[in-house]
Design a protein around this ligand. Sequence first.
Ligand code: B1M
Length: 210
Amino acid sequence: MPDYAEMNAALQKGNAPLVGELTKKALDEGASPKEVLDKGLIAAMGVVGEKFKKNEVYVPEVLIAARAMHAGLAVLEPILAETGVEPIGVFMIGTVKGDLHDIGKNLVAMMVKGAGYKVVDLGIDVTPDKFVEAVKKEKPGVIGLSALLTTTMPMMKSTIEAVRAAGVDVKIIVGGAPVTQAYADEIGADGYSPDAASAVGLVKELTGVA
Ligand code: B1M
């Protein structure tokens, strides 16, 4: 069993090179990418989140922890996204306008890619207009909207309204820590998923693959 305590501590301290190294080492020792993700990376970021909430750490520390998390994810990405076949559909994703959080969004993108979809990632702080423009160009079957702040959740509603007003035929799913199924229903989303793994099932269901 890999030493997740060491990896957790390295992530919390923001030691990106060490997190990358320990992620590789855990995989070499035979741990599954999912176990490394959950026990090594997500668990540590959860601790950072709790400390952030209690004002025990501040934005700079959280940023360097996020950078360290990216270093671990970069090692996992090729494995999570491994697929040798033609794309089974197109999935577009972005973090809504005003919101700069991208770790959860990146995980969803990686896992949907791993399920065989072409993924168009629009990044963070994506305006409703940019979503509409990109949907017209890329013609995805499903769009995913991510929001991590209660203050940016209403931007999901604005984005859904803009996409619907453009008259394009696309399903829209939402997710992110403060988002719930009830909120998704309220704003007229086609689906909600609480985590990246279940987002894959949802995308498959909405594209008729599952
Ligand atoms: Co921010 N931040 N942050 N932050 N940050 C939170 C979200 C917060 C909960 C911290 C706290 O108070 N405990 C809080 C929000 C409070 C609220 O709105 N209720 C908060 C705040 C307040 C802020 C600022 C306002 C702080 C400030 O400046 N005073 C500021 C806002 C900036 C902005 O966006 N405009 C801010 C800034 C930042 C950093 C830039 C420093 C950094 C982001 C770096 C980055 O993303 N590159 C950051 C971070 C890292 C966090 C925490 C600590 C961790 C978020 C994370 O990456 N988690 C977070 C606390 C927390 O969540 N515990 C916090 C790991 C990730 C794997 O989980 O993103 O939830 P998550 O994704 C999950 C699911 O939600 C789901 O799948 C993933 C797992 O499988 N999911 C989807 C996500 N998107 C999905 C989409 C889907 C489906 C599932 O379908 C489309």
